[in-house]
Design a protein around this ligand. Structure first.
Ligand code: FE2
Ligand code: FE2
Length: 268
């Protein structure tokens, strides 16, 4: 049986997230015999969005495909990049007029992996089309090319992410949740063979809130006044995600294992 292993990391926040990736990706690849790497990059540019320069950094450091979410539009110079590259995706259920696509493919160890990025609608600001129906139609296309498909479901609530996991069980290799930046301890293989975790967590400062300095956020709760959120750059730092093993012929998941690294040595 031919197997492929893919490492999937949650939202990388600002410089701390990028520094953790640079330091640990080679070791993780080695340790778990990883064939391909996916990361969520929607917060990599100072907490909001992503730039072509950061995409180049990800590629140099061994990332195959970058997924995103609601923050994808914050850095405008990524719009042109999205139109011309297949290594960065935005949620599929944004209007078709938006630059970029929500689906892509990459090939590792001779196996083609399909990627689908979706965004949830519960407690999210954007008024998007139904992610479940978007998944149905995207899968008609993706499954015509490969049975190995990984879905990044970028959503706020556990229910919507879990519902997507069960909805796509048996039709994709993995459904991983992103956006809340807090890893959940429910990684498992669903009954029909889809690896699932409600949220991958993030890479960034540990003593932060979603990678951002906690004080302005607490103050915002106290006063209800607008606050400027900036990336926390003081360590220790964390890096979270999972690695999965897929049967390349059937696309079924064989393993899912959660990773969390804590580092108090990196000086930014
Ligand atoms: Fe995020
Ligand atoms: Fe998000």
């Amino acid at each position: 049986m031919k197997k492929v292993r893919i490492l999937i990391l949650g939202d990388l926040v600002g410089t701390p997230g990028c520094a953790m990736l640079q330091k640990y990706l080679p070791r993780l690849k080695d340790l778990y015999k990883i064939d391909g790497v996916m990361v969520n990059g929607e917060n990599s540019a100072e907490g909001r969005g992503i730039t072509p320069k950061i995409m180049a950094f990800f590629k140099q450091n061994g990332v195959d495909v970058v997924t995103s979410g609601n923050h994808i539009w914050h850095q405008k110079d990524i719009y042109e990049y999205l139109k011309h590259h297949t290594d960065l995706v935005r949620p599929e259920n944004f209007p078709t007029e938006c630059p970029g696509k929500g689906t892509t493919f990459f090939t590792v160890a001779g196996t083609t992996i399909g990627v689908l990025n979706l965004q949830g609608r519960v407690f999210m600001r954007e008024l998007l089309s139904c992610p479940f129906k978007a998944a149905d139609s995207a899968l008609t296309f993706l499954r015509s090319k490969t049975p190995c498909i990984i879905v990044d479901m970028h959503a706020e609530t556990t229910a919507e992410k879990m519902a997507m996991g069960f909805y796509l069980d048996g039709r994709v290799s993995a459904v991983v949740g992103t956006h809340t930046h807090v890893p959940t301890a429910d990684e498992r293989i669903l009954p029909q063979g889809t690896a699932f975790i409600t949220d991958l967590g993030m890479a960034g400062a540990r003593n932060s809130m979603i990678g951002m300095k906690k004080e302005p956020i607490i103050n915002n709760f106290l006063t209800q006044m607008p606050a400027k959120f900036t990336v926390e750059t003081t360590g220790p730092f964390i890096l979270c995600g999972v690695w999965i093993e897929i049967d390349a012929e059937s696309g079924k998941a064989l393993k899912i294992e959660r990773i969390q690294i804590v580092d108090d040595e990196i000086k930014l």
